[in-house]
Design a binder for this molecule. Structure first.
Ligand SMILES: Nc1ncnc2c1ncn2[C@@H]1O[C@H](COP(=O)(O)OP(=O)(O)OP(=O)(O)O)[C@@H](O)[C@H]1O
Ligand SMILES: [Mg+2]
Length: 270
């Protein structure tokens, strides 16, 4: 049975999608079978994985939950060249995308109106968990009707955050949400992951210390992702940093996060 990891933070622009893509691509490059699910109505995983739009078929979540499509008819196989060859001596695995788009919001409303319970996503995604080693879920920068359902479908949550006042405020709010909804899920916060960091600054050090005091053991201060224009350049080129600039610090930091995620999951599963 695979492990489902959601990238969540109700604050926008903190690197959820970027990290989701790099964790997904990195694990697939290492040989794992990976499914990615786009729960964000912005639907950016499709573009981030350099897949062509297929019109109505881009609305995978809506088609699955409302239009009654079979799960396999909502999935897109990501071509091997998007993740192959980044790790020498390793055969790549597979990468599958369940895309989402603007109508994901309607699917949430539909769930509410029908009185469907929050287990709806866990049940809908279960076959993906059975068939893959990892399921990586990208989520929107807002709380939505789906928030408890996403938590309910997740084994782990990673919370990317910037190390500034608003970032810490966002983490506190989101941790509050996780706790408030604790009766509805058993997701575990794997990491509060500093992103877009400016490691040499006073604020960085102070905020990192503040977060670690507030959330002992959860802040991955040694695995932070430094602010760099390379991330956007790679994204504009339609490539993960692994392929765009493999020798750059950004690629190294992304691999370290992938490695750490693997370590935590492997340790938990004996
Ligand atoms: N470490 C970084 N340094 C600089 N830019 C970054 C970094 N990580 C991500 N970015 C850029 O910041 C922007 C926002 O990143 P991303 O889309 O991953 O955030 P998000 O949390 O998914 O946003 P949203 O809340 O809108 O879904 C993108 O242009 C991305 O390329
Ligand atoms: Mg995003």
């Amino acid at each position: 049975m695979g492990v489902t990891i959601s990238l969540m933070n109700q604050k926008g622009g903190v690197g959820k999608t970027t990290l989701a893509v790099h964790i997904g691509v990195g694990l697939a490059a290492l040989g794992y079978k990976v499914a990615m699910i786009d729960m964000d109505p912005q639907g950016q995983l499709l573009v981030s994985l350099a897949l062509d739009s297929m019109g109505d078929d881009d609305e995978g979540i809506f088609n699955l939950l409302v239009n009654g499509y079979a799960l396999e008819d909502t999935l897109r196989q990501v071509p091997e060249d998007r993740f192959k060859g980044y790790v020498e001596g390793r055969d790549s695995g597979t990468l599958t995308l369940l895309p989402g788009g603007q109508r994901t919001q309607l699917a949430a409303l539909d769930m509410q109106l029908r009185g469907a319970d929050f287990n709806i996503l866990r049940q809908a995604f279960e076959p993906l968990q059975t068939e893959n080693h990892f399921v990586i879920v990208d989520t929107p920068p807002t709380l939505s009707l789906f928030t408890p359902a996403i938590l309910g479908a997740s084994n782990y949550v990673i919370i990317p955050t910037e190390l500034d006042r608003l970032g810490i405020d966002g983490v506190e709010k989101f941790m509050g949400t996780v706790i408030n909804l604790s009766g509805m899920h058993s997701a575990q916060v794997m990491a509060i992951l500093p992103t877009r960091t400016k490691p040499q600054t006073r604020e960085h050090l102070d905020r990192a210390a503040e977060l670690s005091t507030k959330f002992p053991g959860l802040v991955w201060t040694d695995y932070g992702i430094t602010e760099s224009t390379l991330w956007k350049e790679a994204s504009d080129a339609g490539l993960p940093v692994f392929g765009y600039a493999p020798a750059h610090q950004a690629a190294d930091q992304a691999w370290r996060v992938v490695g750490r995620v693997l370590e935590v999951v492997q340790k938990a599963n004996g």
